[in-house]
Each structure stands twice: as C-alpha cells, then as structure tokens.
Design a binder for this molecule. Structure first.
Ligand SMILES: [Zn+2]
Length: 392
C-alpha cells in the first residue's frame, strides 16, 4: 500500500490494510471564516484510512500534521446545546462521585473554551488548570478563581503541574503521536495516590454501525475502536478500569489508573476478524450513502424547495463539503452565537441563528446529529414552521 505513514501509531505494526480514500477532504472543519471569499479558499487534503490488523486501530495514513494548525478561530464548543449540557453535567457528576473529586486538582488537556473544567470545579469545589491553544481569554476566564487557563498546547514544559484527575475529551483523535500523548497524561498524574485519567474520543464503531459518514474528517488522525483505545492505555503506564460508550454510543469513555511497573504482554484482541470484515465493508456503504444524498439534493433542487442544514460543526461542514452543496443549500443554522455571522469553510454558506428560519421558511431542515432531533423539533414547533426534518 502507499501512503505517508503505514505504521500503526498504537501498536507499531506494519500490517495495515488500506480501506478508504477521500481525495479532497477539507483540512479544517471547525475553522470559521469572516468572509465567503476566504471560506471558499479553505485548504483540502487527502484521507487514506488504514486498518491495523493487529490491534484494530483505524487511522489516516496520509495525515499531514503540518497542515493542522489550531488557533482561536477554531470553534468547536458544543456547550450551547441543552442536550450536550445534560451529557456534560451527568459525566461530571459521575466522575466526581466515582473518584471522590472534592477539593482536588484537575488538569484538562485540550480544554477548548473551558466549560467542562469549570463544571468539574463548580460541582466538586475542585481547582483546575486547563490547556488549549484555542482558549479565548475573555469568554470564560473570569468565571472561577479556582480554575486557570493556559492558552497553549500541553507539553513537557508544563510537566510540573500534577493532578488527581487528568481529563482529555475529544483531543486524542487529533494527535499524531497518541502514545506520547498518553505518556504525558501518565506523567501528569505524578505519584498522587488514587490519581486517575479520563479520556473521551469519538467511537468508530458508532460511525460504522450508524453509517455516520460525516464523522470522517481530516482533523481526525485516529479513529478509535474499543480494541485500540484499551490497548493504547494498557501499553503506556495505565490499567484501564472502565471503557464505556457515551452520548448515545457516539463516544468512547475510558477511565484508567496509573501503574508503576509496566510489563508488556502480548495482548489478545478478541473480535479482530469480525471488526476487519465490518471495516472492509464500510467504504462501499459510505460511497452508496454519499450517492444517495447527492440524488436526494438534486431532487430537492429540481422541486425548487429550500433546504437548510442544522449544525455547523464538523458533521455539518463535512456534509456540505462532501456533497459539494454550494449551489443547493443556502442556509446553515447553528445555535452557537460564536459561529453565527461566519462562513462555512469550503462551501461558503453563512452561518445563521435559528431565528433566521422565520425568514428562510424552509421546506426541509437537514439535521446533522440525530441526538439533537427533539431539541430542534421543539424550536421549529415554537416558531410555527411547517417543514420536514431529515437526518443526514
Ligand atoms: Zn495497531
């Protein structure tokens, strides 16, 4: 097979099967643009997904870390949705109760805008330090005296910060060297008794099962399966205590305790063969789904109907770009006020708030994440709109 890097980043095996290729994937799905002209020039790259025959990991063998550069305009906060807030809150409560996180030190690597760390602090009286290059100082920084933020990528130079709980949510899948990232998490636990890590990533099994093809994005180098996620932590100084699905199966949530003596054992990977069959069939199903959507959008355009997309996150941007919808879809809705007024990279639609729907009066709203359907339905009903809702 060809590709930039064929070696599995989890187990270092070279037995990697290339199973999917996307030629002109948008490099940054969550970088917003202030003008349509700039948005249309957004950079594209090649995705070549490989499956590791030894540990069950999936990754983009053509990933170019140089193409990725995160800055403030990286807007990925999901905290404006009540459904997401409920999820975050119940997760925070679970972690606090399970590990007795009251008046403890919490470190979050890749804290985004800081919402979850602030929640952990508020609910448990904990102190916290959050690291993120895309942190925006005036949005959340003044909300708590117990939490501070460092607007930088977490690296060795912050190794003197130690925590009782090290959090990392929706970060590891972006990292070119997941093993060195996990070793940094291990070092951040120091020698504190009872210290734990919590790590959350998108669940590739959900992508396969639900055919959530819009989740395949350039920003993600890794696509974790339970097999590869568990193996990663068990090989780098941890013992996995819990590995669960979260957010209706969309996430994998792992809790692990540091161990002193690392002893490497040849790990069994039960279910690897059936996983390989599912992964191999995925790209064919992916291609069929894209074709069906292209057909659907052509029919909508032919009928002269107005369609709006709800959700300008990575799924929405991926949907709009994969289907090259610049002509068919004029409106993209998002409840995050920091996204509104910006333009979708690649296809150039302006992002507007739900209230704009009164004027748009769409015939159809395409929902990017089914978990928000009832939340969106309530809004649409309240506004008295008569339109069809369709899940992408
Ligand atoms: Zn592997």
């Amino acid at each position: 097979m060809t590709g930039r890097n064929n070696k599995c980043p989890i187990c270092e095996s070279g037995a990697v099967l290339l199973f999917a290729e996307v030629k002109d994937a948008l490099v940054h799905c969550n970088t917003l643009w202030k003008s349509r002209e700039m948005a249309l020039k957004a950079r594209r790259g090649v995705l070549k997904l490989g499956f590791c025959n030894r540990c069950g990991h999936v990754f983009n063998t053509a990933f170019d870390p140089e193409a990725m550069k995160y800055a403030e305009e990286y807007e990925n906060s999901l905290h404006f949705s009540p459904v997401f807030q409920d999820y975050a809150r119940s997760l925070a409560v679970k972690l606090i109760e399970r590990y007795g996180l009251y008046e403890k030190e919490i470190i979050e690597i890749g804290c985004g805008k800081g919402d979850f760390l602030l929640l952990m602090s508020e609910l448990g009286g904990n102190s916290g330090i959050g690291f993120d290059a895309s942190f925006i100082r005036d949005r959340n920084d003044s909300r708590s005296r117990k939490v501070s933020f460092i607007q930088d990528l977490y690296s060795e130079k912050y190794a003197h910060f130690k925590g009782d709980m090290i959090l990392s949510r929706q970060v590891l899948e972006h990292i070119r060297s997941p093993r060195s990232f996990v070793r940094k998490m291990r070092s951040a636990t120091g020698s504190r008794p009872g210290a734990m890590v919590f790590c959350e990533v998108p669940n590739f099994m959900h992508t396969i099962k639900e055919l959530a093809v819009w989740d395949i994005i350039y920003e993600h180098y890794s696509y974790f399966t339970p097999l590869s996620f568990r193996r990663l932590f068990n090989s780098d100084g941890f013992r996995v205590q819990s590995l669960e699905e979260g957010f209706n199966g969309q996430f994998l949530c792992l809790e692990a305790a540091p161990v002193e003596n690392m002893h490497k054992t040849a790990e069994e990977a039960p279910g690897l063969d059936s996983l390989m069959r599912e992964v191999s069939a995925f790209f064919h199903r992916y291609t069929n789904k894209i074709a069906a959507w292209k057909n659907e959008l052509e029919k909508i355009a032919a009928r002269g109907q107005r369609a709006a997309v709800w959700g300008a996150g990575s799924k929405g941007v991926s949907f709009l770009n994969t289907l090259k919808t610049a002509a068919e879809i004029d409106h993209v809705i998002d409840i995050n006020p920091y996204k509104q007024g910006n333009y979708v990279p690649g296809t150039g639609q302006e992002i507007v708030g739900p209230e704009a729907l009164r004027e748009i009066d769409p015939d159809l709203i395409i929902i990017m994440n089914p978990i928000y359907t009832s939340e969106i339905w309530e809004t649409v009903k309240r506004m008295g709109l008569k339109c069809r809702l369709l899940t992408a």
